[in-house]
Design a protein around this ligand. Structure first.
Ligand code: IRN
Length: 639
C-alpha cells in the first residue's frame, strides 16, 4: 500500500506527534458574552522559584493557540467526520444565507458524480454549500460598516488580549515573597517603536469592528468553513504567520497534506495555504478544510491551469469563475488573485535578473502575451467581488511581479503592480469585500522600509502579507533564515502577516521537518516584530522565560519556548541527567563561568554585607578574578 492508500484505509488516523500535548501545557477556554464564544488559549504552568532565589510562586503564562481541538484531550477527533462546526449557529442567526440544493460549480458537480473517486472522497457529513441570499453581502467588512459587532469580532478581540487581565490577576494573587514587585517586573515592557500603528492597551470588540470597517484588518472566514476559529490579520494586532502546504505533480498524497496541516497548526501556523498542483486537488482540499480550525487560503489559478492541462493560453474567465465558485463552496477563506499583472507591466520584467518568479504571475503574464489582451482577472475584477461577498472570501491580491532576487528588488515592475493593487483594493472596498495585499520576495534590508511605506500609502493601509522577504540570495538551504531576518524587519514596520519560507525554498517540496523549521522561524520573527511595536503584553512571555533562565528553572525555560522539544534535546545532549535540570550552569560555560550564577552570588554577597549591588559587583569581580586565575584550565574538567 502506498501512503495514500494506507490513509484512506485508516481514515481516522491523525499523526500522534501532532496531537501529543506540549509539556506542562493545558488548553483553556475564555468565555465571551455568550456561552458559544469559547476562545482557546494554551496555559503553560511553571515551577516555583528555588529557595536560593526567593521561593516565589510563578504564575502560569497564556499563549496564543492555533491548534484547535487537536490539542484538547476532551475533543474526539476523527478526521473522517471533520471538526465541529463552531460558527454554524452564528452564520445561521444572521439569516442572510441560504442552503443550495447542490454544488453550483460545473466542476464540483462533475467530481461529486464521479464514482471512481469514492475512495478518495471525504466521507464525513456532507455539508450542502451555503451562499448569501440574493442581494445580500455576508462579509465581515459589510457587517462592520453597518456598525454590527459579530461573534467573530468579539472572539478575535478576546483572542488578541491573550487573557491578559486574567494573567495579571493571577500574578497579583500569587503573592510570593516579593509580591507586587514581581508582578511589576513580569509586566514591565519596553514601549516599542510602532511606525504609525496605534495599538490600544486592550483590544475591544469595538476596536476590531472599527479596524475591519476601515479595511485595516480582515477576518478570513468563509461561511462554508464553519469549523474555523476566527482570527484577525491587521497591523494593529499580533503579527500572524502563514504556512504553505500542498502536493505537486511529483510528490505527496492526501494523507501527507492533512498531516502537514495538523502539524503546522501545532507549531503556530495562523493560516494554512493549500497550494496543491498535483492529483486530486479538489478532494485533497476537502479533507484539509473539513479538518482545519485555521483559515485556508488557495491560489485558484493553479487549479484552473490543471483544468486546461497546464496550457496557460487556454485559460478563460469562465473556467476561472467556475473554479472560484467551486472553492468558495468548499470553504476556502482567502484567494490569492494575481489581478495586478497587467499587460503593460510584462515587458518591464525583460531586463530583470530573475524575470517573473511568481507561479500565478507567470501564468497570467503568459496568458496576456499569448492573447495580447488585458488580464481577465483585471477585466472581471468586479465580477470576482460579487463572488467574494456571497461567501465572505477575502482577497489576497497576489504579487505576481515580486522580485525574485536582490538585484530586482523595488523595481518598476514590482512597484507598478503594487500601485494597481491599491486601485483594486478601492474597488473591492466599494463592494465591502475584505482585502490583504501580497508582497515580496527578495529585498535587501535597506529597501524594506520603502517597500512597506509605499504599500501603506498606495493600498490605503490594507493589511500587507509578505513572503519573507529574503534579505540575501547567497544561502540556499538556509532561506528560512535569510527571509526570517526580512520578515521580522517588515513585520516591525507594519506587515500584518508573514508567509513562511522553509529551508527547502528554491530546492524542493518541504517535508514535515521543514514545515516545523519554517514555522518556528516565522513565529520568532513575528514575535520579534510584536515586541518592537510594543504590542501590549507581548513581552510577558519573554520576561517569564528570562526569569526562569536566571533562576535555573531549566524545564520552565524549555517549556516557555517556541520549541520545547528542541531546547530540551540540545540541553540533554551534554547534560542528560535529571540533576542537571536544577544545576546552576549548563555545558556552555561550566559551573564556574556562568554569568547568571555569578550575578546571583554577587547579589547574595551584597545582601550579606549590607552593601549595594554596584559596590558588591566591584568587590565580587575582584574575588572572581582571583578564583579565575586559580582555577584556570581545571574548569572544564568539573563539568
Ligand atoms: C505571499 C506573499 N507573496 C506571495 N505569497 C505567497 O506565495 C502566496 O500567498 C502563495 O502562498 C505563494 C505562491 O504564490 P505565487 O508564486 O503563485 O505568486
Amino acid at each position: 500500500m502506498n501512503a495514500n492508500e494506507k490513509f484512506i484505509a485508516a481514515k481516522a488516523h491523525v499523526d500522534e506527534a501532532a496531537i501529543a500535548p506540549l509539556p506542562n501545557s493545558r488548553k483553556i477556554y475564555v468565555e465571551g458574552s455568550r456561552p458559544d464564544i469559547r476562545v482557546p488559549m494554551r496555559e503553560i504552568s511553571q515551577a516555583d522559584t528555588p529557595a536560593s532565589f526567593g521561593a516565589e510562586q510563578n504564575p502560569p503564562i497564556f499563549v496564543y493557540d492555533c491548534s484547535g481541538p487537536y490539542s484538547d484531550p476532551a475533543a474526539k477527533i476523527d478526521i473522517r467526520s471533520g471538526l465541529p462546526a463552531l460558527r454554524q449557529q452564528w452564520i445561521e442567526e444572521r439569516a442572510d444565507t441560504e442552503l443550495l440544493p447542490d454544488l453550483s460549480s460545473e466542476f464540483g458537480r462533475q467530481r461529486a458524480a464521479d464514482k471512481s473517486l469514492d475512495e478518495l472522497r471525504f466521507p464525513g457529513l456532507h455539508r450542502k454549500p451555503r451562499r448569501a441570499k440574493a442581494g445580500a453581502n455576508v462579509s465581515q467588512m459589510h457587517y462592520a460598516r453597518r456598525g454590527i459587532i459579530t461573534p467573530e469580532m468579539e472572539y478575535v478581540a478576546i483572542r488578541e488580549n491573550l487573557n491578559r487581565e486574567q494573567y495579571i490577576a493571577s500574578l497579583r494573587a500569587s503573592g510570593g515573597l516579593k509580591g507586587q514587585k514581581m508582578a511589576d517586573m513580569m509586566l514591565r515592557q519596553h514601549p516599542g517603536q510602532n511606525f504609525g500603528a496605534s495599538l490600544p492597551a486592550t483590544i475591544t470588540p469595538e476596536f476590531v469592528r472599527d479596524e475591519i470597517a476601515r479595511g485595516r484588518a480582515i477576518i478570513p472566514n468563509n461561511i462554508n468553513h464553519p469549523e474555523s476559529e476566527p482570527m484577525i490579520i491587521g497591523r494593529n494586532f499580533l503579527t500572524k504567520i502563514n504556512a504553505n502546504i500542498g502536493n505537486s505533480a511529483v510528490t505527496s498524497s492526501i494523507a501527507e497534506e492533512v498531516d502537514k496541516m495538523t502539524w503546522s497548526i501545532r507549531w503556530g501556523g495562523d493560516t494554512v495555504m493549500d497550494l496543491s498542483t498535483g492529483k486530486n486537488i479538489h478532494e485533497t482540499r476537502e479533507w484539509i478544510i473539513r479538518n482545519s480550525p485555521v483559515p485556508i487560503g488557495t491560489v485558484p489559478i493553479y487549479q484552473a491551469l490543471e483544468k486546461v492541462n497546464g496550457k496557460a493560453e487556454d485559460l478563460t474567465w469562465e473556467i476561472f469563475r467556475d473554479t472560484l465558485i467551486e472553492q468558495a463552496e468548499q470553504g476556502v477563506d482567502y484567494f490569492t488573485i494575481h489581478a495586478g499583472v497587467l499587460l503593460r507591466y510584462v515587458p518591464l520584467t525583460a531586463n530583470r535578473m530573475t524575470g517573473i518568479v511568481s507561479r500565478g504571475g507567470s501564468i497570467m503574464a503568459k496568458w496576456c502575451l499569448a492573447h495580447h489582451k488585458e488580464s481577465f482577472l483585471y477585466e472581471h475584477f468586479e465580477d470576482i467581488c460579487e463572488i467574494m461577498k456571497a461567501y465572505d472570501v477575502a482577497f489576497s491580491l497576489g504579487d505576481g511581479l515580486r522580485p525574485g532576487s536582490i538585484y530586482d528588488a523595488n523595481d518598476e515592475a514590482q512597484l507598478g503592480e503594487l500601485k494597481t493593487l491599491g486601485e483594486l483594493t478601492e474597488i473591492a472596498w466599494r463592494h465591502d469585500v475584505q482585502v490583504m495585499i501580497e508582497g515580496p520576495g527578495h529585498v535587501p534590508l535597506q529597501l524594506i522600509k520603502e517597500n512597506m511605506d509605499l504599500q501603506l500609502e498606495w493600498c490605503k493601509e490594507a493589511p500587507f502579507y509578505t513572503l519573507g522577504p529574503l534579505t540575501t540570495d547567497i544561502a540556499p538551504g538556509y532561506d528560512h533564515i535569510t527571509s526570517g531576518i526580512g520578515a521580522a524587519t517588515i513585520g516591525w514596520y507594519g506587515t500584518a502577516m508573514l508567509c513562511y519560507v522553509t529551508p527547502k525554498e528554491h530546492l524542493g517540496l518541504p517535508n514535515k521537518q521543514d514545515v516545523k523549521e519554517g514555522i518556528i522561524t516565522y513565529k520568532l520573527a513575528a514575535h520579534a516584530a510584536d515586541l518592537a511595536k510594543g504590542h501590549p503584553g507581548a513581552q510577558i512571555r519573554d520576561n517569564a522565560l528570562s526569569k526562569a533562565r536566571f533562576e535555573f528553572r531549566w524545564e520552565d525555560q524549555f517549556n516557555l519556548g517556541l520549541d520545547p522539544d528542541k531546547a530540551k534535546e540540545f540541553h540533554d545532549e551534554t547534560l542528560p541527567k535529571d540533576s542537571a535540570k536544577v544545576a546552576h550552569f549548563c555545558s556552555m560555560c561550566g559551573p564556574h563561568f556562568c554569568s547568571m550564577k555569578i550575578t546571583q552570588d554577587v547579589r547574595d554577597f551584597a545582601a550579606q554585607q549590607g552593601i549595594d549591588e554596584a559596590e558588591a559587583l566591584k568587590k565580587g569581580m575582584e574575588v572572581k578574578s582571583i578564583e579565575f586565575v586559580k582555577s584556570g584550565a581545571e574548569v572544564y574538567r568539573n563539568v
